[in-house]
Write a protein that binds this ligand. Sequence first.
Ligand code: SF4
Length: 352
Amino acid sequence: MSAQLALFDETFHAPAKKRARRIHPSVPAEPTTTIPTALLRAADWILLNSSGGKDSQAMASHICRLAAKLRLLHRVVIVHADLGDVEWEGTRKLAEEQARRLGVRFEVVKAEGGDLLARTVARFFKLKAKAEREAREQGLDPATAKVAPAWPSSSARWCTSDLKRGPVRKLMTRLVAELGDLGRPVRILNCLGQRAAESAPRAKLAAVEVDRPASNGKRHVTTWRPIHGWTDAEVWKEIARSGLPYHEAYDWGMSRLSCSFCVLGCEADVVLAARLRPAKAAEYVAVEKEVRADFKYGLSMREIVERAAALEAERGELRRPPRGAALARYVGKKAARAYLVCVERGRLDLVA
Ligand code: SF4
């Protein structure tokens, strides 16, 4: 073997070395404050993550109102992670329109390498190859190897990390570069619309925490969940107050937005989504077959489609609900009508 080939052989098989990530010594282990005005004043960038859903929009209008009072709106950026065709139609445009009405910068990020369905299929083949390799190593028949489920789940929530968190961190890198050398890490206040009322795991999250995995030598990232303690009613009251348009999927009866079919969504939501987007539901059924696993733990998309079809047969086709129907349930019909007038006029009262 020539020396060159030997070198190639060695380097080819050497495991890729990961660059050690250094966190600036000034980044504390715990947040130094949890007071909203202090958090906002300390931030170089106030990053509002928006799925286009009701929680992120209520958070955005609430924070923009506070930032406007402190004259800090120029530091606010709304970021939307574009999930492609698996999210509800018009979500990206809606998030952009909300940012425009709030008068703040808008950014879209998108993960490279396909949407959730394409990634699920790719992940299946990787997991299958791994399971077969391990079976061979143990002297077993690879055809009988058990392949781990490829779909995301509450215990393997790769959809959020790959499709949202990762791309948003790339935006953080850009925002840090824009400010140049400040002689200290750039302070990013990363705001999320997660609420305790959504689920038991979310209830355990802190309202404010230092995000050390997202921090490095150049940036100090603090995660803030400004509406962590809010109820559904408080979210809808904020929407009514803000006059910002919300997604019509809520009027149809969806309780959450983002992906039309969420692996963590409740059964009523996914069945309703299958009635509203039958072609997309059929794509999920096809992927289920390809990856040999149910879309949701204990509930396949095939069953979801069957339940949707049974409801169609029993109740007939879904009829378009009146605009503002979801909001009216929380604030009453009169306030919902007043809100719709504000939305039409594009009126927004940030400092009211
Ligand atoms: S909406 Fe659900 S499926 Fe979609 S990225 Fe979020 S957790 Fe994953």
